[in-house]
Design a protein around this ligand. Structure first.
Ligand code: GDP
Ligand code: MG
Length: 161
């Protein structure tokens, strides 16, 4: 069985961009519109020591209606996963939603890697200190759009399997 890595986090943090980068596809819809991925999307990861299964999910945002349905899909993805990649947007620092999601993820008891995405936007070390508030250890910096840090991220996860 291939290890399964699930991508979770608020809408618009770059989960689908990372999915496409890892799977070397354009299967996941990427847009500036938050909450675009309503279902789980599966792909074979080809970046890093691989192979592995990558699961893209809709964002966790705490909304109702279709948002809540999307979050149910997220819960299924988390159940299926061997390792959770929790993405945050370093431009936003640590938001209340991120703190809530971090607490939920810690309760799953699954291994979680905190992924600080969009580090192309700033001196990310400024944001890194704040991200420790999430209680998930050192953030792993990446820029999913450019692919920076992505291979090292996956290598680090494989080292823990
Ligand atoms: P999702 O809702 O979490 O799946 O986020 P998306 O993958 O759809 O990305 C949301 C927006 O963030 C898109 O406009 C992406 O191009 C942008 N984005 C993703 N990764 C990066 C990155 O590393 N740097 C920058 N500057 N933008 C990014
Ligand atoms: Mg998406």
């Amino acid at each position: 069985m291939l290890p399964v890595f699930a991508l979770v986090g608020r809408p618009n943090v770059g989960k689908s961009t990372l999915f496409n980068r890892l799977t070397r596809t354009r299967d996941a819809l990427v847009a500036d519109v938050p909450g675009l991925t309503r279902d789980r999307q599966y792909g074979i990861g080809r970046v890093g020591p691989g192979p592995y299964v990558v699961v893209d999910t809709g964002g966790i945002s705490g909304g109702e209606g279709i948002e809540a349905l999307s979050e149910q899909q997220v819960r299924i993805a988390i159940t299926e996963a061997d390792h959770l990649l929790f993405l945050v947007d370093t431009r936003d620092g640590t938001t209340p939603a991120d703190l809530e999601i971090a607490a939920q993820l810690r309760r799953t008891g699954k291994p979680v890697t905190l992924v600080a995405n969009k580090v192309d936007h700033l001196d990310w070390t400024l944001a890194a200190g704040e991200l420790h508030q999430l209680g998930l250890g050192d953030p792993q910096p990446i820029a999913a759009l450019q692919g920076r840090g992505v291979s090292a991220l996956i290598s680090g996860i494989f080292a823990t399997l």
